[in-house]
Design a protein around this ligand. Structure first.
Ligand code: ADP
Ligand code: TYD
Length: 212
């Protein structure tokens, strides 16, 4: 709303947890409450970042080394931040992004490079230098890895590189997200294993609470 500071909200969770569905529903609900909302996503959310999205999500799973992948996701995020997120926040709008830096912390940070480098430290270091921004509120849609996997597979298209990683890794990722949520007060953890409309009630209440 004009004259008021914007609010930056991210959705996080494993593949198939229902983030995109809930991000869309929250955007509609907040517009219904009179807010100006920019709904966006990562990787992507700006023209340049959408180009990078195609590079990282399509093709052979071994196409990029873990280090190159971190650079690509961070480059996409930097463009998204410059072109889409920061301008919208400066206009006082609510920005809702389907994934942000916590996804890189989990998906790239959880892997080990071939020379044994600590990739999570690399992700955090690059984030501090190149992004330096965290959401005001991060909504973690929490769901069992098997359930998320079966939903994601049912919906699969060309963007298969990450969905192919299997439920064992998704389960580690779920635990990693819950760990992050314990450490950082910006997180709200919401049970995603319910009807979309029921999940959406909790999501909206959390966002309105933050906006109040
Ligand atoms: P994500 O963005 O986290 O990968 P999506 O919102 O795209 O998840 O949902 C993945 C699939 O599961 C879609 O086909 C969607 O329609 C379905 N879905 C989303 N939320 C729910 C829910 N609460 N219960 C059952 N199915 C759901
Ligand atoms: P997304 O389109 O959100 O997929 P989904 O709807 O299945 O959750 O994201 C595509 C994939 O990109 C997803 O498997 C997670 C991965 N990803 C990373 O590995 N690192 C990142 O920094 C981001 C933003 C996404």
């Amino acid at each position: 709303m004009a004259g008021e500071p914007g609010l930056f909200i991210s959705f996080e969770g494993i593949d198939g947890s229902g983030k995109s569905t809930q991000a869309r529903m929250l955007a509609e609900a907040l517009r219904g409450h009179g807010h100006s909302v920019v709904l966006t996503r990562e990787p992507g959310g700006s023209a340049g970042a959408e180009d990078i999205r195609r590079l990282v999500l399509e093709g052979d799973p071994d196409r990029w080394s873990p280090e190159t992948e971190i650079l690509l996701f961070t480059a996409a995020r930097r463009d998204h931040l410059e072109k889409t997120i920061l301008p919208a926040l400066a206009r006082g709008e609510v920005v809702i992004t389907d994934r942000f830096a916590d996804s890189t912390r989990m998906y790239q940070g959880i892997r080990r490079s071939e020379n044994g480098a600590d990739l999570r430290a690399m992700v955090d270091d690059l984030h501090a230098r190149m992004i330096g921004v965290e959401p005001d509120l991060t909504i973690l849609i929490d769901i069992d890895a098997e359930v998320g996997h079966s939903r994601a597979v049912a919906r699969a298209g060309a963007e298969q590189r990450f969905e192919d990683m299997g439920t064992a890794l998704q389960a580690r990722m779920r635990a990693g997200f819950l760990e992050l949520a314990k450490e950082q007060p910006r997180f709200a953890v919401i049970n995603g294993a319910r009807e979309p409309a029921t999940v959406a009630v909790d999501v909206l209440a959390t966002a309105l609470d933050k906006l109040a």
